[in-house]
Design a protein around this ligand. Sequence first.
Ligand code: ZN
Length: 355
Amino acid sequence: MPFSFISRSIKAAALVCSGLACYARARRSKEATILTFHGLRGGKSDPQVLDYSLHLPVEVFRQTCAMLAKEYQVISLADLVEARSKGGSLPDNAVVITFDDGYASNYELAFPILKEFDLHATIFVTTGFLDREEMFWFQRVDLALGRAKRELLDWKINGRKLRLYLGTYALRQQSLDQLLVELKELPDADLLGEVSRLEAALEVSEPGFDDLPAAMRPMTWEMACEMSFSGHVDIGGHTHTHPILARCDTMSMRAEIATCRDRIHAEIGELPTLFAYPNGGSEDFTRETLMLVREAGFKAACTTVSGRVPDNASMFQLPRYGSPESVWEAKATVSGAFETLKDWRQRCQKVRSML
Ligand SMILES: [Zn+2]
C-alpha cells in the first residue's frame, strides 16, 4: 500500500474523529460537492495492470455510498446545473457522483450499489472506447510496460532522457508514472505514434480489446442504455477518443466533441447535456474548448480541478474532487473539512505575518 494513501487516510480519519468534519458539514451545508470516480475493482488486484489509481476497490465505493445515503443529499448533476444556472435552491449538503471514461465495472459493480442505496450518478463516456474502436493510449502504455520482457529501456521524449527500469512490478509502476507525465505533454497528433514506437522498442504487439484485463474493459452500449433507462444514471460526454483537448487543433477538438455527442444521441436516444474534459486539469482545456463544448449543445462541463461548487460557479468549469480512497477521505471531502482546515491555516499565516 503506498505511503501517500496511508497518510491521506490517516489525515482524513483525524479530521473526522476530531469533530472537524461534523463542524464543517454544518457550516458549509450550502456548498455542493462533486465527486469523480473512474472504474471499480472487486477482490484482488490483477498483476497485469500496473496503474490501479483509476480503479477503486468496490468496498470503498459501497461504504462511501452508504455514508452519503445516510448523511448527505445525493442529487443528479443535471439538478445541480439547473439550480445553479437558474438561481434555484439546492438541498443542504448536496453531493453529486460522477464517473469518467465508461468502464464496464461502472455497470457490473457500481450500478447495483447505486440502486441499492437509491442514488444517482452521471457517467461521462468516451464514445470510441464504448464503440471498441480505440482503447485509451494510457492503457496501451500500461500493458506495454507490464508485458515487456526486458528489464531496462532508455527512452528519449520531449528532449529528455528517461531511464525506465522494468525489473519488478514496483519498478514498472514507477516507470509508467514517469512516462505518463511526459506523454501528456505531447501534441495529440504525435501521441499514438509515440505509443506505437514504445511498443516496438519493448517488442510487444499493440493489444486488442480482448487483451484488456477485466478492470480496463469498456462498458457496452447495452449497459449504458440499461443504466440510463433505470433513472439512476445520466450518460454524459467525455470526447470520442479521450485526447487532452488543449493539445488538439480546432478541427479535431470540434470533431471529438461533436462525434461524442452524436454517438451518445444515436445509442441512448437523447442528446447529452453534460460533458467532462479528459484529464480535466486547468491546463487541459482552453477558452476555445469551453466555447466549442457550449456550441455543441452541452449545458455544463466538469473539470478535475479540486473544489466545492460556489453559487457563482462557471457552468463550463465545474470543479470536482478526485476519487476518495477511503470512506474517511470521502467524509472529510464532502463535509468541507479539508477546506476548513486550509482556511484556518491561511488565516493563521496572515495573522503571523501581521505580528
Ligand atoms: Zn477520462
